[in-house]
Design a protein. Sequence first.
Length: 631
Amino acid sequence: MNTPATTSNVTLDDHVEDELAGFLSLEKPTSFFLFAGAGSGKTRSLVNALNYLAKTYRDVLRLRGRQVAVITYTNAACDEITRRTEYDPLFVVCTIHSFAWSQIQGFNSDIRAWLKDNLQREIAELQAEEAKGRAGTKASIARQAQIESKQRRLDRLADTKTFTYNPNGENRERNSLNHSEVVKIFSAFLLIKPLMQRIFVGKFPFLLIDESQDTSRTLIDALFAVQKTHADRFCLGLIGDTMQRIYADGKERIEREIPAGWGRPEKKLNHRCPQRIVQLINQIRRGADDHKQEPRDDRPEGWARLFVFPVDVSNKPALEQKVRDYMAGLTGDQDWTNASKCKILTLEHHMAARRMGFLKMFESLASVEEYRTGLLGGSFAPTRLFTHSILPLVTAQQKGDKFATAKLVRENSPLLRKDVLKSHDNPIAQLRVTQAAVDSVMALWVSGQPTCAAITASIVETNLFEVPDNLKAALAAMQATQPKTPDDEDADPVSEKIAALVAFLNCSFSEIAPYAAYVGHEAPFDTHQGVKGLEFERVMVLMDDGEARGFRFGYDKLLGAKSLTAADLKNAKEGKDTSVDPTRRLFYVTCSRARSSLALVAFSADPSSAQAHVIANGWFTADEVLFEIPD
């Protein structure tokens, strides 16, 4: 008797590679959006597409001096793709900022004209606000500081012959561009300069963008325009998953805006997660779209458990350890008992900030949407000044490490720039000035931890480091001494952005080190930004509206323990995000990291309603939801 051959679904998505090959044609290019959910092997598909292009068009591309461009989100992802394509020079693999700079570098006259127009517009807007405001208020002083700094930069433009930029650096030199400017300038040039479009398309007939849902919407819109104009000779390939959009500056609902005529291949197989977790993440995203993944037949069943505790329970860390101990017994995996061998994720950064000791600092800045992405990625200029210059200086000084101090100051201080030292009659005297500046800021620690304001004031006074203009404006507002009536201040309050920076300056420097550890992925907790694209055997996700303080997200709403607000219902009717939508996306990203087992810990205002909701929606069975840890 013959036993029927068993079939495997491992090859389920192999046809996608053939579809992509059909789109990647020099003669008849077809732009596309490749849906690739969590664990679907999108990097493999991207690398296969690149290898196909190399095999098919290498000679003709090389003969014409053309290349294939790939934009991805992190340097680590760039390195991985470059390694897997064996460092082939046919491919230009960059982060968005690196790629944008590579395209505008050297167009100094055009950059100067854009900056002149942008600065004049920003100054005019500030002057209009000043004319409507009240002289002498903190808001007025902050505006005047901003106007003065922008005017100084505007006045220097004519003498700036070349512009510089380092995608991984501080960009504090007078002729340097900042991170946001580089992307804005490149996007603007693509939109308004037909010659730039023709040069760009001529150089890169194929552009593939990984994590397209989190790529700057400004650049995506510009590239849509380029593709529309040059559809017969330019292929734009977007790869991603709208459910995994977590950055505020990404293009919302990008999948809905894909032009007619584009290819829309879809990868359905999840290679990473065990079957139980694939089932869970399918249920999680069911409320957002119709995409559904399949687990590999050869993946184990896996474990997923939801623990729901009252929000006011005492000693949450001890309870979380009990959860890990329980998971060890359930799975037979003793590494669950060791927190360092589990990936502990929080849906909301407030929770990590509170537990690690930088809550006040985080709350001061995170409410400003424009600041949030840079704050969480570690690139926000005001906080980066503290994490990359001041914190290392203080650490080196407190350790008595003169070599580290000298290296840091030499590389970062405007007092020791080459042009300053060359123009100085007595370089030794300038070194003494620099040492005095270091001594001045270090003196602030004599009586304990200083505030960020005291440190910033010292640095501004001595010019030890370049201080971002918006931080200078906030400091000026703080230092305002003109007596004004409360009515004047109420009638002309500082802007949201300046108010946030003032609150940050009022924070203790002691919050900088834990914040730096968090965004640098050196802490027990990790950011969902930091782990997107990664995978871990055992994952623990913490959800706590009480600790998150209702900011931006709503776990109890997602879990059905609270109703949507009137504002949520209004946003839903208008097709906008409710507080549940970003929560659902982050929940999906965090749950889909697990390769073996997953523990979800929710501190809820109504545990019973949360249990009923997740069971009714098919997320969990009754025996998978626990209110207490069995002995």
